[in-house]
Design a binder for this molecule. Structure first.
Ligand SMILES: *Cc1c(COP(=O)(O)O)cnc(C)c1O
Length: 340
């Protein structure tokens, strides 16, 4: 039995999801004529109380489109040093938008309104890049699945308003934060100009992300998506998976969080583990005590037991729980850890 905990993107469609996909009514979405894509976009826009939404093949493309919408070449955006848009989107911020990032030394991937305010370049000082956008991430990926405090997000919003900056949320795992903290999507919709959400992570879809915003912004986003090569034809088969996931896989994220906490409890009792970072959602980041063994050895030993996890570098290892990580696998994994 392979226990794959490298990411929550490794899930395969469930039977119910596959049936929904196979029976989807489809059309050519490049002509906006795919009824299932249109239904998904309407559903997600409505969830966030936004006017419109746009379906994307990846979270990276949705974020990159968001950044392109809110910036001009030469501008600067503000984000945490751990941000996915800065670290894991292949340098797309500069490649696609000609924009630089002002990195903030936040805590677990989260920054404060104060830090944002200090990071803004004076708009009339033409020697420095013009700050035009603030990007935040919830939950934070490299920050270990940490959830933001809504009040801080609101304070940052005030800073953005005062300084005429756009505000984008990379919500690849926003679902996890919302379920864990029992927050409403409407509140997030009110805060941000644009939000990207992933369907292909905790929700278990094979493909897909959605960007939400105003009608005007999403109209512009349609052209940008075209330029990025993200226009898909009978994408309704994929959108059907998204609709199914939102109806069936949202609340169950709490189970992934519970399992993650249980793994964390076992890990923190093991002598060869140096430290487990606080676990808020489905991501567990921890360090091995190198006096006992190296991180590499630990990953290899798990692999011998058919358990796959990843090394994030800088001595940090990561485990992610998900839809395909069953109760049986969970018991087996905890046993393996205790005996290792
Ligand atoms: C996964 C992820 C994305 C998007 O990734 P894709 O693989 O392009 O779908 C964006 N932001 C965060 C924080 C992520 O974890």
């Amino acid at each position: 039995m392979l226990i794959n905990l490298i990411s929550d993107t490794v899930t395969k469609p469930t039977k119910g999801m596959l049936e929904a996909m196979m029976s989807a009514e489809v059309g050519d979405d490049v002509f906006k004529a795919d009824p299932t894509v249109n239904a998904l976009e309407e559903k997600v826009a409505k969830m966030f109380g936004k006017e419109a939404a746009l379906f994307f093949p990846s979270g990276t493309m949705a974020n990159q489109t968001g950044i392109k919408l809110h910036t001009q070449p030469g501008n600067q955006l503000i984000c945490d040093k751990y941000a996915h848009i800065y670290n894991y989107e292949g340098g797309g911020v500069s490649f696609n938008s000609g924009v630089s990032c002002k990195l903030i030394d936040g805590s677990r991937g989260m920054i404060t309104a104060n830090q944002v305010e200090k990071a803004i370049n004076p708009p009339d000082f033409y020697h420095s890049p013009l700050t035009s956008l603030v990007c935040v991430e919830n939950t934070t990926n490299k920050g270990g699945g940490a959830c933001w405090d809504i009040e801080e997000l609101q304070k940052i919003k005030m800073v953005c308003k005062k300084n005429e900056l756009a505000y984008h949320l990379d919500g690849a795992r926003l679902w996890n934060a919302m379920v864990e903290k029992k927050e409403s999507s409407i509140v997030y919709g009110e805060l941000f100009d644009t939000i990207s959400v992933c369907l292909s992570k905790g929700l278990g879809c094979p493909v897909g992300s959605v960007l939400v915003g105003s009608k005007e912004l999403m109209h512009k986003a349609l052209r940008i998506r075209k330029i990025f090569g993200g226009g898909m034809r009978q994408a309704g088969f994929l959108a059907a998976a998204g609709i199914y996931a939102l109806d069936h896989h949202l609340e169950r994220l709490a189970e992934d969080h519970k399992k993650a906490r249980e793994i964390g409890e076992v890990l923190s009792k093991l002598t060869y583990i140096k430290q487990v970072e606080p676990i808020e959602t489905n991501i567990i980041i921890f360090e091995i005590n190198e006096e006992f063994m190296t991180g590499d050895t630990f990953v290899e030993k798990l692999k011998e037991n058919d358990v796959h996890i990843i090394d994030m570098g800088q001595g940090k290892l990561r485990i992610v729980t998900h839809l395909d990580y069953t109760d049986v696998m969970h018991e087996a994994f905890l046993d393996i850890l205790r005996k290792l």
